[in-house]
Design a protein around this ligand. Sequence first.
Ligand code: C2E
Ligand code: CA
Ligand code: CA
Length: 440
Amino acid sequence: MQPLNQNDTHAHASGIDASMENRKESGSCRYVDRDVVIFREGDSGDCAFLIEEGEVEISVWRNGRKVTLAQRGVGEIFGEMAIIDDEPRSATVTTVGPCCLLPITREQLANRLQGSDPVLRMVLNVILERFRSTLQNLRGIDHIERLTGDGDLFDGGSSARSHSAAVREIKLEEELKQAIRYGQFILNYQPIIRLADGALTGLEALIRWQHPERGMVPPIQFIPTAEASGLIVPISQWVLEEACDAHVRLNRALSLARPGVSGPAMSVNFSARDFSFSKFSDVIRRILTKTQVDPTQVRLEITENLLINQPDFAAFTLKKCKEMGLSIVIDDFGTGYSNLSYLNKFPVDTIKIDRSFIHMIETENDNFQIVQSIIDMAHKLGIDVVAEGVELESQVGILKELGCDYAQGFFYSKPMSETNTLEILRGCASAETASHVAAG
Ligand code: C2E
Ligand code: CA
Ligand code: CA
């Protein structure tokens, strides 16, 4: 980084204000006295500066005369060309009064952008490429190698890869819009079993995309894009409405088959992004009314992230949902923040222990201990526990021993179509129990 042209100790001689002094002490910015040259035209440099306090003047020398180009003040950036290319500084920058300057290096910027949205990165890179080529035209052809040879500033040289990832993302977003418009989503249902008696007491609605060319696409391949683009909001609304309709249809079919038999509760997955939609609870209310579903039979599955990242809003919205009669389920429990104390603050009815803990529960003592602690703690708080990803009979045995309330997993059944679900439910109704539901 280019050193400032004057010593920092000048700060004390110039009567700088208290806030600047504090910043200097905290090390968050560099204090510079008035009339200090930050850099000169022709200097080399690899950082820009954000002006936290004060003002600078940007000038060039032409025909022996100083020409002032601009002044920059608080919140503005100067020297940004240095984080775009390796050219010498194109102007001289001098402080007008005492300044606090925060340096931004090329590396810092690149690191931040590395983890950012691929579409945002691609757009930035396109803008920079265009800017670079304009500069090349202005400066002459001999700079081409150096200006473009480094590849992508924001991708550590993996420009082509990130570009195609961004293009894929944009295409996927477009396809998802079509999928919403043309009704290409369907739901599968996976049974949730009460361990005490093997009864099928719940179903989890899981989305699939019937892609016109690619066939059945699993959620892991499109939910992240739907979340990033905001398309998850209409998708979740469709899922809730379809799951409620299916619940009503299944109930009706079961009641016809055997009066007095009520269907299992229906769990629906929601993303944190759904909760940032301001009319979330109004939409839920509208869907409950429209579908005529019994709200006490509907469960919202959310992850811990929502409660940790938007605690106030989550508490407010979840309370409204509870008032409508819905139950709240914390999904993938144990994989996120897992601070058990927060469970008290929210109206949580059930937690689902993530399948990574159930996997090898028989052989890994750590997993066993974690599952045991989660179950004990949840029960003390009056919360039910579902074990996810149960694949083996031996796991069922251990979970029963530990007092786990419910289980879900391939041991009982894979997610299945509504038709197969109805068949299974009819079988359960006639046998009174679903100790081992056949896979659909
Ligand atoms: P999830 O909510 O944890 O759903 C359970 C996933 O675990 C399902 O995958 C299910 O098929 C799978 N699974 C169930 N039992 C077993 C088992 O015994 N072994 C193994 N290995 N896997 C098992 P699926 O359907 O592919 O869904 C993956 C994730 O996609 C879901 O995880 C959920 O986070 C998301 N998702 C699915 N449907 C929706 C939806 O309608 N809305 C939203 N926002 N997310 C959804
Ligand atoms: Ca879930
Ligand atoms: Ca889960």
